[in-house]
Design a protein around this ligand. Sequence first.
Ligand SMILES: [Fe+2]
Ligand SMILES: [Fe+2]
Length: 344
Amino acid sequence: MVDSLKKPALDQARPGVKVPAKDTILTPRFYTTDFEAMAKMDLSPNEEELQAILDEFRADYNRHHFVRTPEFNQQATEDMDPQTRKVFVEFLEQSCTSEFSGFLLYKELSRKLKDRNPMLAECFGLMSRDEARHAGFLNKSMSDFGLQLDLGFLTANKKYTFFKPEYIFYATYLSEKIGYWRYIAIYRHLEQNPENRIYPIFKFFENWCQDENRHGDFFDALMKAVPSTVNGLKARLWCRFFLLAVFGTMYIRDVQRKEFYEALGLDAREYDKYVIEKTNDTAGRVFPVMINVNHPKFYERLEKCVQNNFRIEAVNNSGRSPPSSSCKNCRSICLTASSSRRCS
Ligand SMILES: [Fe+2]
Ligand SMILES: [Fe+2]
C-alpha cells in the first residue's frame, strides 16, 4: 500500500509537528491484508444483515457531531499540571494513531474491493469516513496542546502488519467493541463526575462510541456470513488468542499510564476490569469462546505481564540488552538474571 509513496527519513518529521512515539509491542499498529481473498468471500449467508448495516452507515447519524465548540481553547490545556498534560497528550496521540490505523485499512479495503464487491467496498468506505473524522478530531485536540501528528508522515513511515482476512475480522471486531466500551465508560463516569472532565473532548464520546459500536456490528455480521471464521477448533483457538492479546495489551498499557485515568478520577485497573468484562460478554455473542475473566489466575497473570513490561521498559531505558529468556528463579524477565539465567 505504501510502496508508491515517497518515504521521508524517520528523522525528517517537520518542525513543530510531534515526533511519533517509538513503536513497541503496545503501540497501535497499521494493518494490511489479502485483498484478493477478501474480494472472493461469499457473503450471501448473511447478506440481509450486512445490507441493513450499510443502510445505517449511509444514514450517517454523526454527520454534524464532530464540530468543535468554543469550550476548546488553549487556555484550558495550559492550566493542566505538567504530568497530566504529558499523559493527556500521550492518550490523544495513541487514540489518534488507532483511529487513523482504522481509516487507512478501511480506505484501502474500500478501494481494492470497489469493482469486485461493491456492497463490502461501500461499507468499508463509510467506516473509513467515520475513522477519518475521529482521527481528525483527536489531532485537532492535540493542536490545543501546541502539537500535531503528521498523519502523512506516519502513513509513509510506520510498519504495516499483515493479517489474513479472518485475523483482521477478529482484531478489528474486538478493537471496535473494546473502543465502544472504553469511550462509553469514560463518558458515563464523567457524566456523574463533571468536575473531572478536564477537557471538552469527553463530551463527544457518547455519540462517537456509537460509530464504533456500528463498526463492530459490521464485523459481527461479516463473521456470521463466513461461518468458518467462528466455527471449529481453529476458530476457537484464534478467538481465544485475540481476546487475550487485546485484553492483555490494553491492561498493560493502561496501568502504565494510570496517571491519565487518575486525572479523570478513575482507577486504571478498575476501569479496565469493567471494559474487559463488558467486551468479553459482547464478543461472546459471535465468538465461539469467551475468557473466564473471573478465574483467580486471570488478573494475577496480567499483573505479572505488567511487572514484566516495567522491567522491559527499564532495560530499554538503561540501554542494556534485554535478557533473552525469563529467569529460572523468579520466572519473570529479571534484570538481575545473569548468564546463568537466575537472579540472586
Ligand atoms: Fe473510531
Ligand atoms: Fe471504528
